[in-house]
Structures are given as structure tokens and as C-alpha cells.
Design a protein around this ligand. Structure first.
Ligand code: SF4
Length: 322
């Protein structure tokens, strides 16, 4: 089938398979098909999401060496690259949350490294939940867990969890894919909303690998989908492999939008203006530590602010009323 017909069939509701996804990922930038692909993803987001832009915010609540040792992460314990270690106090977290809320956000994420004690996380989350207006979704981004933890997250008031099977899980990380899948199933069984992402994409990943994660996300019926390119962090084992370009990320985002068919939002990370022409309607603002930064307060470095995110959505013609 030609690319034009394949894209038309998506607009008519056809679900793409892995082979279709790989065909689209192989479209060259210097062809008209490339712009047809971006256009199809853009059209779906503008129409299915009523042209509504969304801003999510995340606070990383600790900066500590992590035993999972992901080869791309600044906090892997064998190559820890942040200048400090520490955990935010509940007062610090609430203060940051209030600042984020005053700028207008839709969903709020609390993130820890994988070793953070889950009981401490739950205690912090209980307090945070009291400060969060009911219309703002509350999302956990933590290590792997079982069904009873998923149930507890739900009871505390979390509406969703960000969790993924990373690219080359078990090779570039020390977690087995089965462990990830068990957690994904626990999230789903507990009735929590799963937030998914194809990440962290580097130049060495094949289109087959990317397509497999897009289909997995669709199988879990995610409403919020994302793609993220790997940021080469100096000192991490994968630093030398470099990064993919913004135009490549834009193409991958467009294909993920068409393959996964998320019902509420599509994101590409880190924030790249070009992707907003390819169906991206949601951006992240970030505070605290994160795996892509060598600063413990990413808001002073790589992190995007809520106001910057709303402005970029406005620039792209999205409805940016909060
Ligand atoms: S990406 Fe997450 S799990 Fe992996 S080393 Fe970093 S903090 Fe740990």
C-alpha cells in the first residue's frame, strides 16, 4: 500500500500493525510523504483533542545513586553525575507544587529513583494529594511494584502511573522486561491510568524496536502517549552513542501518534518546537532531579517551566487556556 493510502486508512479508523509502523518510520525527510505523515498526525490531534493543549508538571523528589544503573541515566550508581545527593522535604515539595499550580497545569507527577522507600513515598503523596485540586490528575513515576502497591496508590488518590518497558530493557538497564510487564499489568488491573512512552530513543535503536513499544502502548489502551529521545549525559555509558535529531524525533512522534491512537494527549520529550507540527499537544514542565540532567534542580538547567510550555503551545496554535 502507498504511504498516501496507508495514511488515509488511518484517518478512516484502521489500526496499524508493526509492519505498517516500520513502513512509516522509514519515510525519508526529503519526500512529500514525510509531510503527509506529519500532516496526518497533526490533523488527528487537532480534531480528536479539539485543538486543546495540555501542560503536565513533574517534581523529582530525590537525587540519589540508583542501583538499577541505567546506562543513560545521570543517577545510575556506577556513574552518578549530579553534584549533590538529597531528598526534598514535604515542605519543599508543597512549595514547588503551589508554584506549579499557580501557573496552571493539567496533570501532576511525583517522581523518585527506583530505590526510594515506597512507604516514604506514600506518606509524601498523602500530604501532596491534600494540596492538589480534584480536577488535576495525580500520577506516580516510581520503580516497579506489585498489585498491592498499585491498590494503595489508587487508595491514596493517584489517578495514574507513568511506567514503561524501556528500549533495550535488561541490556541498557538491570531490570528484566518481565518485571516491567508485571508492573504494567498491576497498574492496569488496579484501574490506574497508564502513561506510556517510547524511550530513551538513541541512534542505535531499530525501527522494529520503536514500533514494538508503540503497539504495546496501544494494547494497554493508553490515553496519554509520548516519545523521548535520549539526552547524552556526559559520564554515562551511552554518552558516546549520541542523540537522534529533532526531525527524526518529529517523525517518530507522528508515527507513534498514528499507531497508538492515544485518546487524550501526545507528547514528545524533551520539548522540541518542531514536534508541535506533528500531533504533539502536550508538554512537560520539570522540577528537581531527572535522569537527563547533571543538575539536581533541572528547573535551573534543562527543565522547561509551565509558562514556557503554555507559550509554546500558544505559538503552535493550540488552545492554551488553562
Ligand atoms: S532511569 Fe530511573 S531506574 Fe534507571 S538508574 Fe535512573 S533513576 Fe534508576
Amino acid at each position: 500500500m502507498s504511504i498516501t493510502n496507508l495514511l488515509l486508512s488511518v484517518q478512516e479508523g484502521k489500526l496499524l500493525d508493526q509492519k505498517d509502523a516500520i513502513t512509516l518510520l522509514n519515510v525519508d525527510y526529503d519526500t512529500n510523504d514525510f509531510y503527509r505523515l506529519l500532516s496526518a498526525a497533526n490533523y488527528l490531534s487537532r480534531t480528536e483533542y479539539n485543538n486543546k493543549g495540555l501542560v503536565f508538571a513533574q517534581i523529582g523528589i530525590n537525587a540519589e545513586p540508583c542501583s538499577i544503573n541505567c546506562k543513560f541515566c545521570s543517577m545510575g550508581q556506577n556513574h552518578y553525575s549530579l553534584p549533590v545527593t538529597g531528598r526534598k522535604t514535604i515542605d519543599e515539595i508543597v512549595l514547588e507544587l503551589d508554584l506549579l499550580l499557580s501557573s496552571g497545569i493539567n496533570d501532576f507527577f511525583l517522581m523518585t529513583t527506583a530505590d526510594y522507600p515506597v512507604d516514604d513515598f506514600m506518606n509524601i503523596a498523602r500530604v501532596v494529594k491534600k494540596h492538589l485540586p480534584d480536577n488535576i490528575r495525580f500520577v506516580a513515576n516510581i520503580g516497579d511494584f506489585d498489585r498491592s502497591t498499585a491498590k494503595e496508590l489508587k487508595e491514596i488518590g493517584f489517578t495514574g502511573v507513568y511506567h514503561i518497558n524501556r528500549l533495550r530493557e535488561g541490556v541498557d538497564t538491570t531490570i528484566k522486561p518481565e518485571t516491567r510487564i508485571n508492573t504494567l499489568n498491576a497498574i492496569s488491573d488496579a484501574g490506574l491510568e497508564l502513561y506510556y512512552c517510547v524511550e530513551p530513543i538513541g541512534p542505535e535503536h531499530t525501527y522494529d524496536e520503536l514500533a514494538a513499544e508503540m503497539i504495546r502502548a496501544r494494547d494497554y489502551r493508553v490515553d496519554v502517549m509520548a516519545v523521548m529521545r535520549r539526552t547524552p549525559v556526559k559520564g554515562t555509558p551511552l554518552f558516546e552513542k549520541g542523540r537522534i535529531s529533532a526531525i527524526e524525533l518529529t517523525k517518530i512522534a507522528a508515527v507513534a501518534r498514528l499507531v497508538t491512537r492515544p485518546r487524550r494527549a501526545m507528547n514528545a520529550h524533551e520539548v522540541t518546537q518542531m514536534t508541535l507540527l506533528a500531533g504533539i499537544n502536550q508538554l512537560y514542565a520539570e522540577c528537581g532531579a531527572n535522569p537527563r540532567d547533571t543538575e539536581a534542580q533541572t528547573e535551573k538547567s534543562r527543565g522547561f517551566s509551565v509558562t514556557q510550555a503554555w507559550n509554546m503551545l500558544w505559538e503552535a496554535g493550540y488552545d492554551s487556556t488553562k
